[in-house]
Design a protein around this ligand. Structure first.
Ligand code: AP5
Ligand code: MG
Length: 217
């Protein structure tokens, strides 16, 4: 692994901008963006055994069991393009996953560089998710806040955009509960480890990205 490898985690509730920021940050740093949500959706779309198993959790807004998520992610981290680091989006999401990530990096003689926690009030999260449109490759748009150049079409590869099934209001509200119960304790965990950068996730997308990027320099 590389001496200057950056292992960055984007932490925050559904709709806080993890995917939006991860794509931009990964591009600036020249390292891959790895989203466990995108990985599950890819498996779901191609109906792999993992996708079929994960579907029942993802569609209900529940977390996929740790064991499955951890082994999927560790496999992804072993791919060569992750040797210089990675921007993790939506992982870890439980304390068990956080400890698994730390021990994975430790055994590779690496460590987490930073955990950027995007804080956004609940009311705004619901609005953001109900207007979200996604591209297959993980780019994220919003009808009002971040529209594509041509409605319904990805700016970069011209493919059609889609809305996520778990962005229905009831499922969004459940995802928020799951976040507060199972994921928000990680804020304190990473704060205690001195890794946490708390970022105000409300504001201009580019300014939020600059704040994360500058904290890394
Ligand atoms: P995942 O895909 O990770 O979903 P999530 O955590 O619920 O987060 P979102 O992707 O909904 O939001 P985001 O923070 O990425 O925001 P975005 O940038 O899109 O996970 C989905 C499911 O997979 C989970 O429910 C679970 O079942 C499973 N799963 C995934 N990881 C797992 C794990 N580790 N363990 C177990 N299960 C797991 O932005 C949202 C909207 O806001 C967009 O429209 C965007 O354009 C807009 N926006 C972004 N920034 C701004 C801004 N600054 N101002 C205004 N609008 C903005
Ligand atoms: Mg996302």
């Amino acid at each position: 692994m590389n001496e200057h490898a950056n292992y960055i985690v984007l932490l925050g509730p559904p709709g806080s901008g993890k995917g939006t920021q991860a794509v931009l940050l990964a591009k600036r740093l020249g390292i891959p963006h790895v989203s466990t949500g995108d990985l599950f959706r890819m498996h779901l779309k191609t109906e792999t055994p993992l996708g079929i198993m994960a579907a029942k959790y993802v569609q209900k807004g529940e977390l996929v069991p740790d064991e499955i998520t951890i082994s999927m992610l560790n496999e992804r981290l072993q791919e060569e393009d992750c040797d210089n680091g990675v921007v993790l989006d939506g992982y870890p999401r439980t304390l068990v996953q956080a400890l698994a990530l730390e021990s994975y990096l430790d055994s590779a003689d690496e460590e987490l560089t930073m955990v950027a926690y995007l804080s956004v009030p609940n009311e705004e999260l619901v609005q953001r998710l109900s207007g979200r449109w996604m591209s297959q490759s993980g780019r994220v748009y919003h009808m009002v806040y971040n529209p594509p150049k041509i409605a319904g079409i990805d700016d970069e590869d011209g493919s059609p955009l889609y809305q996520r099934e778990d962005d229905k209001v009831e499922t969004v509200l459940h995802r928020l509960e799951v976040y507060h119960e199972q994921t928000s304790p990680l804020i304190e965990h990473f704060r205690e480890e001195g890794k946490l950068l708390e970022i105000n996730g409300v504001g201009e997308i580019d300014e939020i990205n600059d704040a994360i990027y500058e904290a890394l320099q």
